[in-house]
Design a protein around this ligand. Structure first.
Ligand code: NAP
Length: 354
């Protein structure tokens, strides 16, 4: 692997993010030795990492398929034979995206600020009456003035809470898949720029000390913790949950930022960011690679599971459980109550046979 270029991209990516006001610094990531190192790296593309993978008979759901990483992810999964449901904020946008890729796709509307829209979208997917193999929670936003939606800060709503509800409404369909995967597109901002205390349980509406970079990083930490707790709750099942950072890519994610920030981000990503094809590689790798069938609760960058050193809350299981409880209380009756698998019981039952 091209270590120098990788390190350069990491560092310059940090500078790009810093320009966006999300903080900077050496990411301090090392390969997570509990997961076999993959042959892929920062410059691998989504097509390369799925080269020999046949996704025929798989149903994949990609949120935010209308642009950027989500669009490329949908394109490549469909190319490999998956039936892909792609969501967009409007049906028109989702249709346009789905019609631009080869393969079998279905467009659906889902606006993540609107609980009714999320429920309607999940219900439409349920009507397909097929096991769901892959859910990629990709849709995301960044920027804008402080806004409160459904009582919470808008980044938290769109990037975390909306997806929490979406996954809840679909997860039981994954039990019928041979091996289900929930893939959460987070960001390195979760450990670079999230509040030092982690999730601000007393400031969920973001009214105190609002800044775009803090609100975005806060929501991305919520992504990582959601994945962590989901993976814990899914122990003993064939469903995995993992979170990842896709890389720094010049997509529409900065469209709500100032002209200056957009220009700086554009310039820096042109020099040192990933291409869209590279940006979709880690999502496609985590969603499909056979080597990851029982890998869960991990965090990936550049197509590899990584451990992040330093002070951060990525692996804070207590905080993850607290966030889960908060999310449930915020969503109330919108949630489906599932019978949770009891891991201890599962382990006990195995003893009889082993
Ligand atoms: N690009 C990067 O450097 C980078 C770095 C780290 C992490 N990420 C993460 O990667 C993911 C994909 O982002 P991207 O870079 O591909 O950006 P993008 O091109 O802006 O794509 C974001 C997608 O999310 C959708 N979306 C935004 N707000 C939504 C809402 N309220 N309800 C439903 N869908 C909504 C967008 O739909 P519309 O087009 O209709 O707005 C679009 O389809 C995000 O989670 C982002 O945080 C990106």
């Amino acid at each position: 692997m091209n270590g120098n270029r990788r390190q350069f991209i990491r560092l310059s990516g940090g500078v790009a993010i810093a320009t966006l006001g999300t903080g900077c610094g050496d990411p301090l990531t090392t390969h997570d030795s509990s997961v076999p190192e993959s042959p892929y790296h920062a410059q691998s593309t989504a097509e390369e990492v799925t080269q020999d993978i046949d996704l025929s008979n798989k149903l994949a759901v990609v949120t935010g398929c209308t642009s950027g990483i989500g669009f490329e992810t949908m394109r490549v999964l469909a190319k490999r034979g998956a039936y892909v449901v792609g969501t967009g904020r409007t049906l028109e946008k989702a249709k346009k995206a789905c019609n631009s890729v080869a393969g079998v796709t279905t467009p659906l509307a889902m606006e993540l600020t609107d609980f009714e829209s999320i429920v309607a979208c999940a219900d439409a997917i349920r009507r397909i009456k097929a096991p769901i193999d892959i859910i990629i929670c990709n849709a995301g936003m960044r920027g804008g003035d402080h806004e409160v939606v459904n009582g919470v800060e808008k980044h938290f709503q769109v990037n975390h809470l909306g997806h929490f509800l979406f996954v809840n409404r679909l997860i039981d369909r994954m039990f019928f898949a041979w091996q289900g995967r929930v893939v959460i597109i987070g960001s390195r901002a979760a450990y670079q720029s999230a509040p030092s205390a982690g999730i601000e349980f007393g400031n969920i509406d973001g009214g105190r000390d609002y800044s775009v970079s803090k609100a975005y990083a806060h929501s991305k930490l919520a992504n990582a913790l959601f994945s962590l707790e989901l993976s814990r709750q899914l122990r003993g099942t064939r469903i995995t949950a993992n979170a990842l950072h896709p890389g720094v890519i010049n997509t529409g994610i900065v469209r709500r930022e100032s002209f200056l920030v957009r220009a700086a981000f554009g310039a820096l990503t042109a020099v040192s960011g990933k291409t869209l094809e590279e940006g979709a590689a880690t999502p496609c790798f985590v969603a499909t690679h056979p080597s990851l069938g029982s890998v869960s609760g991990k965090y990936f960058e550049d197509c590899n599971a990584v451990t992040v050193t330093g002070n951060h809350h990525l692996n804070n299981s207590e905080m993850a459980a607290k966030l889960w409880t908060l999310s449930e209380s915020l969503l109330g009756d919108y949630l489906i109550r599932h019978e949770r698998p009891d891991y201890e019981e599962f382990q006990e039952s195995l003893k009889k046979w082993l």
